[in-house]
Write a protein that binds this ligand. Structure first.
Ligand code: SAM
Length: 292
């Protein structure tokens, strides 16, 4: 813990210059996610079958249990929910199963097709929109319409995350909620990547994280945020809660082979200490916010 605190101090005395991805084309982003939709290798069953989707869900919530806690699916029964960037629809099916009146918007046609197939298999319904969330108002002209706008690991992959949040402002009901996850810059993942690549250049942090943020390398856009930067990003909202969580403790080679063995450094850590570490250096920055 002490070493990690020292590393954090290093960041405090070295200014980090944020990378601007706003000129990257949205088509490039869509192509990246089309080539390999998020979590597509979470199951070895034939893609698009019920067995496949069941296994994808089981694996996702095994490695990212905080998602269910953060979403509280059951509380949105009968409420209007918008999901931005549903990927292949793991959260979307859970909102729909819980009885939410669901709209999803997704940029990648391949990902949305998988989500539609998934809904058909489970006999669920939603309003599916293929499009760029930076143009939400083009697809959803309603005002003060949604009780919840959910977006997990999405807006930081879009050229202008602020534009998406701006569009959310008018779509959200006065007492509605935004629940979003963006990547946390000062994270165990960052230090792990710096160590693995030998790149200890604080000005290269954004490129490093963008290169390795996903299961596949070369994501065209990945913004990441310090707590202060995230507060600034959500400045037009009242933040109810903001916290870090999620350190991936598994040996990656085994994980790819669908086996779960913790890395040696995490084997000895008590669950309490691990939670504390996640709160300090987790990769997922979770934000709950409302309209001001
Ligand atoms: C890391 S995946 C997360 C998917 C899903 N939320 C999940 O947790 O499994 C990011 C997703 O965001 C989508 N995305 C990125 N920018 C977007 C935009 N501007 N509008 C809509 N979707 C976008 C991508 O196509 C991709 O499916």
């Amino acid at each position: 813990m002490k070493i990690l605190r020292c590393l954090l101090m290093l960041f405090l005395i070295n200014p980090i210059f944020g990378r601007d991805f706003s000129t990257v084309s949205i088509e490039k982003v869509a192509r990246f996610w089309d080539k390999r939709p998020c979590n597509i290798r979470h199951s070895n069953q034939p893609i698009g079958t019920r067995a496949y989707f069941d296994e994808v869900e089981q694996r996702k919530y095994f490695v990212e249990p905080h998602i269910k806690q953060f979403a509280e699916f059951e509380t949105w029964r009968g409420k209007r929910v918008l999901e931005i960037g549903c990927g292949m629809g793991t959260e979307a099916v859970n909102f729909a199963r819980a009885g939410a009146i669901l709209t999803v918007i997704e940029l990648s046609p391949e990902s949305l097709e998988l989500t539609k197939k998934r809904f058909a298999i489970y006999g669920l319904t939603a309003n599916f929109i293929l499009g760029n969330a930076e143009e939400l108002d083009k697809f959803l002209p309603e005002v003060e319409y949604f009780d919840l706008i959910w977006s997990f690991g999405v807006i930081h992959h879009s050229p202008n995350p602020e534009t998406i949040l701006n569009k959310c402002k008018s779509l959200l009901k006065q007492n509605g909620e935004l629940r979003m996850m963006v990547y946390a810059k000062l994270s165990y993942k960052l230090f792990y990547l710096m160590h693995e690549t030998g790149v200890w250049d604080f000005n290269a942090v954004d490129d490093l994280l963008a290169g390795y943020s996903e299961a596949q390398t070369g994501c065209p856009i990945t913004y990441s945020y310090t707590l202060e930067e995230a507060q600034k990003l959500f400045a037009e909202f009242k933040i109810l809660n903001i916290f870090k969580t999620h350190i991936f403790p598994w040996n990656i080679e085994k994980y790819i082979a669908h086996q779960y063995e913790k890395e040696a450094c995490f084997k000895q850590i008590s669950p309490e200490l691990f939670k504390q570490l996640e709160a300090e250096l987790g990769w997922h920055l979770l934000i709950r916010a409302q309209k001001i």
